[in-house]
Design a protein around this ligand. Structure first.
Ligand code: MLT
Length: 429
């Protein structure tokens, strides 16, 4: 592999180093491009631009490969717990039994919220989308834990901030949901386990026994692992650029939650289930809707298909599709949209229109069906994505901070008016 590339501008040759990652990915290091040539690069949407070097997650879009710290997603999803995977992403190695126990105990200590945070929930109308409430409540943690704002905080203070957020986000998600429904808040029972405690806070009723179905808890564990990190996606890039300004972890994650809310990103899982319901309500004629998706004059597009990076099957979609079958049969749930989803998938996988455009099902295509089977309403699906993505966001924020990366500040090509004189208002036409 050549160690440099040459760019010739107006007859002058410039040399730029090539760097290679541990999986053979190659990049041209253009850190000195503008100083040497006066030129910048332009890559709207950053489709060909690396923002950083990272050791957290590797994905190969052509081969459909996804690994967290080198471990294949298939192994982690089938063998690990979400807290194990969270520890792996944040601290870089799978925890020993003692390390995992200590991590669990530290999280258990911090699952409660300051009572005043209920005022954040009360400040929203019950019609508010849960993602807006979630980001506001996470932002409010800077008020209750002002030590988290200090950019020069000690490693112990940073780690306490990390543990607090891991512990409190499920409580925030559950309380904001129940508050919006006028339901009594269920205080955490952290001894139950991370996923089990969330299910308890979401669905238990006061003064009633609450049996946690192990199938549901295991399904949630799998879904959270599958969503835990995905290298430099939109919301993670948001977390990193906000963190690069030395904003607090809570502020950076709140920004990431808002980015994830977008329907082109984490909001897609809600869009998918609403699309499947629309097709079901219309009689379930999947061929009719496939034709609409292919018709360039028709605004309808298939949600849950295609991906910026995966040009093959999203490995997470394969795992979720199998989990879907298992969970719905174990729970005895017969959701007609599952059959519609499978028909759409088969039609898309065999139709040249979709195959040529590499429109394979992605992680959002089946996840909503499982979330609904677990008893969640569709506007909570992106909240579930955020709960899963939290350790990845934290790991990426921590990696940027540990690497002392500079503040992110992209350049631009200006296309507006060239210089012109001010016109007094009485003379404007
Ligand atoms: C994700 O997991 O963040 C989504 O697949 C989007 C992405 O990676 O760009």
């Amino acid at each position: 592999m050549s160690k440099e590339v040459q760019i010739i501008i107006d007859g002058k040759t410039f040399h730029f180093p090539v760097i290679e990652g541990s999986e053979g990915e190659k990049a041209i290091d253009i850190a000195k491009l503008r100083d040497l040539t006066g030129y910048i690069t332009l890559d709207t949407g950053y489709k060909n631009t690396g923002a950083t070097k990272s050791a957290i997650t590797f994905l190969d879009g052509e081969q459909g490969v996804l690994r967290y710290r080198g471990y294949p997603i298939e192994q982690l999803a089938s063998k690990a717990s979400f807290l194990e995977v969270s520890y792996l992403l944040i601290y870089g190695e799978l925890p020993t039994l003692a390390q995992l126990e200590n991590f669990k105990i530290r999280i258990q200590k911090h699952t409660n919220l300051h009572e005043d945070i209920k005022k954040v929930f009360d400040g929203f109308p019950s019609s508010a989308h849960p993602m807006g409430v979630l980001s506001s409540a996470v932002s409010s943690l800077t008020a209750y834990y002002p030590g988290s704002i200090d950019p020069n905080a000690s490693e112990d203070e940073i780690d306490l901030t990390i543990v607090r957020l891991m512990a409190k986000l499920p409580t925030i998600a559950a309380w904001s949901y129940r508050n919006s429904k006028g339901m009594p808040l269920m205080y955490p029972k952290p001894k139950l386990g991370y996923c089990e405690n969330f299910l308890y806070m979401m669905f238990a009723q006061p003064n009633e026994d609450f049996d946690i179905d192990p199938v549901v808890a295991e399904a949630l564990n799998t879904l959270l692992i599958l969503h835990a990190d995905h290298e430099q996606n939109c919301s993670t890039s948001t977390v990193r650029i906000v963190g690069s300004a030395h904003a607090s972890l809570y502020s950076s994650i709140a920004a990431g939650i808002n980015a994830l809310w977008g329907p082109l990103h984490g909001g897609a899982n809600q869009e998918v289930i609403e699309m499947l319901d629309q097709i079901k309500s219309d009689g379930g004629d999947t061929q009719k809707w496939i034709a609409k998706a292919k018709d360039k004059n028709d605004p309808f597009r298939l949600m849950g298909f295609g991906h910026r990076v995966y040009k093959n099957f999203d490995p997470r979609a394969k795992i979720i599709k199998k989990a879907c079958d298992d969970i719905l049969s174990k729970l005895g749930v017969n959701d007609p949209v599952l059959e519609i989803a499978k028909e759409l998938e088969q039609a898309a996988l065999n139709d040249p229109y979709f195959v040529e455009r590499k429109l394979y099902p992605n992680v959002d295509f089946y996840s909503g069906i499982i979330y609904r089977a677990l008893g969640l309403k569709s506007d909570l699906f992106t909240v579930m994505f955020a709960l899963g993505r939290l350790p990845g966001w934290i790991a990426q924020w921590k990696e940027l901070r540990d690497a002392k990366e500079p503040i992110g500040r992209p350049r631009q090509i200006y296309t507006g008016h060239t210089t012109r004189e001010y016109i007094p208002i009485e003379k404007r036409k």
